[in-house]
Design a protein around this ligand. Sequence first.
Ligand SMILES: [Mg+2]
Length: 191
Amino acid sequence: MPTEAPSKPGKEELTSRASRVRLLVFDVDGVLTDGGLYYGDNGEVMKRFNVKDGHALVMARLVGLPAAILTARSSRIVEARGRELGLAAIFQGRKEKGPAFLELLAQLQIPANQCAYMGDDLNDLDPMSLSGLSACPADAVPEVRQEADFVTTNVGGHGAARELVELCLRASGRWEDAVGLMRSTDKRSTS
Ligand SMILES: [Mg+2]
């Protein structure tokens, strides 16, 4: 038995795991955003989302791959963005992400091995280890990059989420359909 840390799955294994994914779960700060928190004069917090990531989440939903949010922080902005994208679940203010992840999966009735989770920091390691496919942006903390099955080329808030969507849709033969849908309908206006 090898004693060293497990290496990344090869392309074939990664494609196999990605093809089985039925739900995408994303952390918010540093994954769907660049991790920046903008504070206004009245104490309100603003975040910056990426419209191409948003399009990708809509594409995934349109071809039958839903997405959800699991975040330790809590804000109305995330609720609004999640609703705009038609997410299947929005779990906020959940500091213990492992149990919250299992609760989310139970609610949506998806087994953990058919779920992909993308996070960028240490509190994401529990849901990552529980999921069938773990992913992180290129600028995730080193411990997370080491554990992730799939490290994206893009950084958080700049296309990392879209890379995971593309991986899963290509692996299950749905990417071209999704592209076609976004080209030919006005549904893209929802993202
Ligand atoms: Mg984060």
